[in-house]
Each structure stands twice: as structure tokens, then as C-alpha cells.
Design a protein around this ligand. Structure first.
Ligand SMILES: Nc1ncnc2c1ncn2[C@@H]1O[C@H](COP(=O)(O)OP(=O)(O)OP(=O)(O)O)[C@@H](O)[C@H]1O
Length: 715
């Protein structure tokens, strides 16, 4: 239909030639009712359970036709196979009958085989005679009928027998004689025969012996692999299949990198529906793809940034604004490359202000100096102090933004959150500000003593506090924090900081603990463990996004291979970013040659983050309470966590559980039982209420008597 300009622009749909339609009003009404009737029929057709799924989509119909052709082509071989299996089944049955196996077994069990031996022998002899007689009768009858009516009698007899044997040997649950020793589930025949897939699920112990799967869609070819969607039995959960992906890969005889298992969520899915995709070969064995950002002149930082491709070559875009990103891996796995991909998206938006702190101090980030508002490269304590100043400046900036947002009217600023329009308005001066810290473990571990507001603490501790505050409060004010670390261990990255990082990307790490530190607690038990990635797969990692990513919709996490952006491409992007900023007159700070130091109000910032005083007061607390308080950080504050499981404390602080319980008892902290939510449901665990911990700290600080109690076993 030819709609008028206004309709296209979003106002009410008005037909382009109203006069003609007024003249033919009856005709118009009739055509509308016909259209709505056909729409209703189409909708019924698509949603009816009576209409088979293959008739609802062209793709499925074509696939069904292909399946039919393949089935027809394979049917002679399948029939032959079934006849052979039937022969084996019949042969086995006859052998057990003629040997009187059941009677013999019963006698053996009753330890009366010697007594019954004579009877068994006589019965076996009789059954041999019956067999001989039946064979003789069949041969004689066959010969006579052949003489009387010709060869076709033998053909008919043979065909009936073959059909009988094929029925006996058909692949059905529990049929003896059908289990292949060398092939079966350990080949990709499941794409042709769903029963093999069922067997694989059974072998992997994902469904029981008597349970089966329901195919939602037959195996179809998608990309360089086969995709199939199945419904598990009602008692099983899709999350368990994801958790045990490796066992399923083993049952299907493929490497686990070739197997993708995803839950189907939302309207078309449920908690027991699983989408499987099996690649023909290692999906990461091919050369990496270059970032599509090379082909664009500019990018909008509010749009998710192209980050990589999953095993199925689906594009994975990463939202950056309103969140933050933590990248962790052992050296040389592609952390810097991953962080630079995120940076490339914001560099190509001339309205974004950039802070780049490169503690790797190599040439990887060098080109960013021409676009960054603040840039530094180095790993000395003086660089850490410069970072402290930047962070203090940013904390003050965020506070200023929140204050100014309060004064803006609701049309400009509907919530206490920056909007795309606000971020680009030069009068408001609230650009999206992205801060990249590579090798963040260097500043976090720095021991340079600092005195903030009369309290002593290390530069590393202060950096941790400032980053935590920024990751918590900054995103809504337009601060994007991207941290990359080579040492994702619990001592380096404070738990309070990890807890507030929205998106996580774990490339290969040493063990599941490190993987959990990047991706979040218990992620290994849910099937996401980046220590299992292959060393040769550079740039491949597990992404746990904050929100939806384009490839898999609402996925908890996804394995992604980042785009490859070598130094020459990175330089091109940075040069383009500079040209864009020059054109928009947004080049500032370091890139514009202004080497001004930030104007800082340490006192205001210390008051804002509020935890510096707390941290300094920890000095003098007895162990292990001091470590507990330090590890909990801002989580110990009122409004933070209410309860901390003992197991978590013991694991994070790497202490002996028994000694820990005793020492905590000595400083007056008694464990209690509380309900916590785990991936396996709600569980009652032992732990400490943070209110009790705070009370103990206050008591000890005031020098009050400790209500000591020795607790024998705190596990
Ligand atoms: N997506 C990718 N595809 C293929 N190779 C990649 C990819 N990403 C990174 N690499 C390769 O991995 C190597 C290491 O990358 P990178 O320098 O980012 O590692 P890193 O983890 O930051 O190392 P370090 O811890 O030493 O700083 C690079 O030289 C690059 O060739």
C-alpha cells in the first residue's frame, strides 16, 4: 500500500489517496474484512497444535522434504540392517530356549543344578528334536509348495520372514541385539537417527534409562554444523545439560569446543528446552576475522560494540554504556586485544572522553594517546599515583554530574541517568567517559603508603576503593570502566570491586577458581569454566554480559572469539577517532596537548567513598577478623551484604576452616545458619551476619570485652 509521508514519519497511518477510497467505501470495508480474515487464518495456522510444524514454515517444509528423500535413499540399507538385527535377536532367543537357559539359571540360583541336571539335559534334547522337526517340516512344506505352485511361494515366504525379522530387529527401546559396539552414539549419525541422540543423552546420564527426548525440530544444517532442538523429559532441566556439556560431547564423540548447548528462553522456550549445535570441525581453528569497525567511519558508543563471533559465527556485540567490563586471563591470551575492541567502539564516537592507563607499558595502547583526554603508560609507583589522581578526579566528576542532574527538568533527564542526548550536549558537559586500565593488578597491588584525611593506607587499597565506587556509581552517570588483569585472583581484585563489574570476559585462566573470580561465583558449576579453553585458541573466552547480547539473546554466558585487531588496524581506528574529534571540536586534554593536572578535592572524595576511614580503622583488629573486614570492604557497610557463608570466607581468605572458626569465636563472632540462593536452589548454610561482624569491630575498637566463645567446628 502506498502510505503518505506522515504515515512513514510515525503519525497515524493515512492512505495516500483518500478520495478514491471514500468513493469506494463498501469495497474498502470488504477488502479490510477479507484482509483481517486471512490474517486470523494465518495466525491460527501458525499457532495451532493440529497443524504439523513442517507446514508452518517454508524452511522446515524444505528440510522435511530433504529428510524424506534421504530416508527413501537409505531405506534399503536400513531394512537390511533391521533384518540382520532381527536374525541376531531370533538366533539369541532360540539359543537360550534350546539350552533351557531360564530353567538352568533358576536351578543355579537355587544351588540345585546337580539335582536338576538330568531334567535340563532331557528338556534340551527334546527342544533340539523339536527344532529339527520344525526345520524338517518347513523344508518339506517349502519343497512341496514350490513344486505345486512355483518359486513365487518361496519369494512370498522369504519376504514375510524378512519383514518379521525387520520388525523384530527395528531400533526400539530395549531391543536386544541392536547396541553397536564400535559406532552407535559415538558418530554423527544422530543427525539422521534421533534415537542415537537419545542414546547419547542416556550415556551422558542426562536422562534416565526409561526416559526419552522429544524433538522440537529435526536436525538441520546451520553454518558449518548441525543444529537440533529437543525437549527434555519433565523431570530434567536444560541448565543441567549445559552444566554437563562435556559428558554429552563425549557421548557424541566430538570435542567440547565443537558442541554448543543453549537454553531456549522466552516465549518459544522453557526450562527444559535445549538447542544443540555441533560443529563439523573446531570452530576456532579457522583464521580470525577482522573487526567490522574498520569498515565504519564513526560509531555510536550507545550502540553495543562489535566484540566477536560465537562458535556458530553469530555476531556478538557488547553493550558498554551504563555498565563496566572486567577482562581476565593468563598472559598472552588476548586480554589487551579484547579491551582494545571495546575501546575501538568508543574511540569512533567523537563525543566520548577517554582515559587510558596502560600499566603493561608496551606499545599496544600507544596509538590511543592521540585521542585520549588522559593517557599514561608505565608501571612505576608514580604512575599508580597518577591513576589515583585520575580516579579522584572522576569520583568528583560523577558527584558533580549527579548534582547537576537534580537541577535538570524531567524532559531532559527523566531519571537519574545520563541519556544519549545529554551525553552529546556540550552545555551539559556530561560526555560518556570511558576509562581503560590494562594490567590493573599493578596499581591494585601497589604498596606505596598514602595518607588520606589523616588515615594511612596503601595506594593499591585506595585504587581498589576508588574503582569500586566508580564501578558502583559511575555507569549511570556515563562512566564506563574497562579493567584488564593478568592475575584474576581473589587477593588482587577485591571482591567488592568484582561484585560491581557488570560484564565479565574470561579468556583462558589457570583453574576454575580464577575463572569464577572473573565470571562470578559458582559459574564453573553452571558449565562456564574458562580454564578449559585451549591455549591455542587465542582471543577465545567466555563472556558474561550485563544485559542482552545480539547472538544468543538472554544468555547467562557465551563463548566468544574476539575479532582480531592487530596494531595497524588499531592505529587506523585511533587516527579516525582523532579526525572525528577534530571535526566535532571535542579533542581535549592529553590528545590536544594540554597537560594540565586534575584539580582535586581529596577530602570531598574521601567523604564520598566513605570507606577510607573504615579501612584505616581496621588496623589493630585481630586476625582473622581484620582480613574478613578487609575482604568484605564496602559489603560490610549497612546496606551491603547481610550474610556471608563461612565456606566463601574460608575459600577467599585461604584459611583452615577449623582454626578460622576458633579464632572468630575468640573475637566474639558466632556463626549462624541462613538461607542462600545457589544455582542448585535455596540452601541452608553456616556463615556470619554482617551486623554481627560490624558489632564485633565496634566492640574491639572501643576496647570492650570480647564475648568470647570457642566454637569447635565451623564447617
Ligand atoms: N581474536 C584473536 N584472534 C587471534 N589471535 C589473537 C586474538 N586476540 C589476540 N590474539 C593473539 O594473542 C596474542 C596475545 O594478545 P594480547 O597481547 O592481547 O594478550 P594479553 O593477554 O594482553 O597478554 P599479556 O598478559 O602479556 O599482556 C596477540 O599477539 C595476538 O596475536
Amino acid at each position: 500500500m502506498n502510505w503518505s509521508e506522515e504515515a512513514v514519519n510515525g503519525s497515524l497511518p493515512v492512505p495516500a489517496t483518500p478520495a478514491r477510497l471514500v468513493g469506494a467505501e463498501g469495497e474498502y470495508t470488504e477488502s479490510r474484512s477479507r484482509a483481517s480474515w486471512s490474517r486470523r487464518t494465518a495466525s491460527w495456522w501458525l499457532h495451532s497444535r493440529r497443524v504439523p510444524a513442517v507446514l508452518k514454515s517454508r524452511r522446515l517444509a524444505v528440510q522435511a522434504l530433504k529428510d524424506l528423500l534421504v530416508a527413501c535413499a537409505l531405506s534399503p540399507f536400513r531394512f537390511l540392517g533391521a533384518v540382520v538385527r532381527g536374525l541376531v535377536v531370533a538366533g539369541r532367543w532360540w539359543r537360550s530356549w534350546v539350552r533351557v537357559a531360564d530353567y538352568r539359571a533358576a536351578a543355579e540360583q537355587a544351588e540345585k543344578l546337580a539335582d536338576k541336571f538330568g531334567d535340563i539335559r532331557a528338556l534340551a534334547l527334546f527342544r533340539w528334536k523339536v527344532t529339527g522337526a520344525v526345520v524338517a517340516v518347513i523344508i518339506t512344506a517349502g519343497a512341496v509348495l514350490d513344486l505345486l505352485y512355483g518359486h513365487w511361494v518361496l519369494w512370498i515366504g522369504g519376504s514375510v520372514l524378512a519383514v518379521g525379522l525387520a520388525v523384530l530387529g527395528r531400533r526400539k527401546d530395549g531391543s536386544p541385539g541392536r547396541t553397536a559396539v564400535l559406532s552407535g552414539p559415538r558418530t554423527l549419525t544422530w543427525t539422521m537417527d534421533p534415537q542415537v541422540l537419545v542414546d547419547a543423552f542416556r550415556d551422558a546420564k542426562l536422562i534416565g534409562k526409561d526416559e526419552t527426548l522429544r524433538l522440537v525440530e529435526r536436525a538441520t544444517r546451520q553454518g558449518d554444523g548441525w543444529a537440533v532442538t529437543v525437549d527434555l523429559p519433565a523431570t530434567r532441566k536444560a541448565a543441567d545439560v549445559i552444566k554437563n556439556r562435556e559428558a554429552l560431547a563425549s557421548a557424541l564423540a566430538v570435542d567440547e569446543v565443537q558442541l554448543t548447548v543453549e537454553r531456549v528462553r522466552g516465549n518459544g522456550g522453557h526450562a527444559g528446552r535445549v538447542a544443540l549445535w555441533v560443529a563439523d570441525h573446531d570452530p576456532y581453528g579457522t583464521p580470525p576475522q577482522r573487526t567490522p569497525l574498520l569498515g565504519v567511519e564513526r560509531w555510536d558508543a550507545w550502540r553495543p560494540v562489535p566484540f566477536g563471533r560465537d562458535a556458530r559465527q553469530r555476531r556478538v556485540d557488547l553493550p558498554l554504556v551504563w555498565t563496566s567490563l572486567l577482562v581476565g586471563a593468563i598472559p598472552r591470551q588476548g586480554k589487551t586485544f579484547a579491551a582494545r575492541l571495546a575501546a575501538a567502539g568508543v574511540i569512533l564516537d567523537p563525543f566520548v572522553r577517554l582515559y587510558v592507563a596502560d600499566f603493561k607499558s608496551g606499545k599496544d595502547w600507544y596509538a590511543a594517546g592521540q585521542v585520549a583526554h588522559r593517557f599514561m603508560s608505565g608501571d612505576e609507583p608514580e604512575h599508580v599515583l597518577v591513576l589515583v589522581d585520575w580516579l579522584v578526579e572522576l569520583v568528583a566528576e560523577v558527584q558533580g554530574r549527579y548534582r547537576r542532574m537534580q537541577d535538570l527538568d524531567d524532559t531532559v533527564c527523566p531519571e537519574s541517568k545520563i541519556t544519549p542526548a545529554m551525553s552529546r550536549d556540550p552545555h551539559l558537559n556530561m560526555p560518556v567517559t570511558a576509562i581503560f586500565v590494562d594490567e590493573v593488578q599493578v596499581p591494585l597491588e601497589d604498596r606505596t603508603p598514602l595518607e588520606v584525611q589523616g588515615k594511612r593506607l596503601t595506594a593499591g587499597e585506595y585504587v581498589g576503593e576508588l574503582l569500586t565506587w566508580l564501578a558502583r556509581k559511575g555507569p549511570a552517570a556515563g562512566i564506563v570502566l574497562v579493567l584488564a588483569t593478568q592475575r584474576p585472583d581473589s587477593k588482587t581484585i577485591p571482591s567488592s570491586l568484582r561484585a560491581v563489574m557488570g560484564s565479565r570476559f574470561a579468556l583462558r585462566v589457570m583453574d576454575w577458581r580464577d575463572s569464577n573470580i572473573v565470571l562470578g561465583e559458582q559459574m564453573n558449576t553452571r558449565g562456564y569454566d574458562s580454564s578449559r579453553l585451549l591455549a591455542s585458541h587465542k582471543g577465545v573466552g567466555i563472556l558474561r554480559p550485563d544485559g542482552q547480547i545480539s547472538a544468543g539473546g538472554e544468555l547467562l554466558a557465551i563463548t566468544v572469539r574476539t575479532y582480531y585487531m592487530p596494531n595497524e588496524d588499531w592505529r587506523v581506528i585511533c587516527e579516525r577517532g582523532r579526525a572525528l574529534r577534530e571535526a566535532e571540536r571535542t579533542l581535549s586534554g592529553h590528545a590536544a596537548g594540554q597537560h594540565s593536572s586534575p584539580v582535586l578535592d581529596y577530602a570531598a572524595v574521601a567523604r564520598a567513598i566513605g570507606t577510607v576511614a573504615e579501612r584505616a580503622d581496621r588496623v589493630g583488629l585481630p586476625e582473622p577478623l581484620a582480613s574478613v573486614v578487609e575482604w568484605l570492604g564496602v559489603d560490610l557497610q549497612p546496606g551491603g551484604r547481610e550474610f556471608v557463608p563461612t565456606a566463601e570466607l574460608v575459600a577467599e581468605l585461604e584459611v583452615d576452616p577449623k582454626a578460622f572458626g576458633l579464632q572468630m569465636g575468640e573475637v566474639g563472632c558466632k556463626p549462624t545458619r541462613n538461607r542462600v540462593v545457589t544455582p542448585d536452589g535455596v540452601r541452608q548454610v553456616r556463615g556470619y551476619l554482617t551486623a554481627d561482624l560490624r558489632a564485633a569491630v565496634v566492640r574491639l575498637r572501643e576496647g570492650g570485652a570480647v564475648d568470647g566463645e570457642v566454637i569447635e567446628d565451623d564447617r
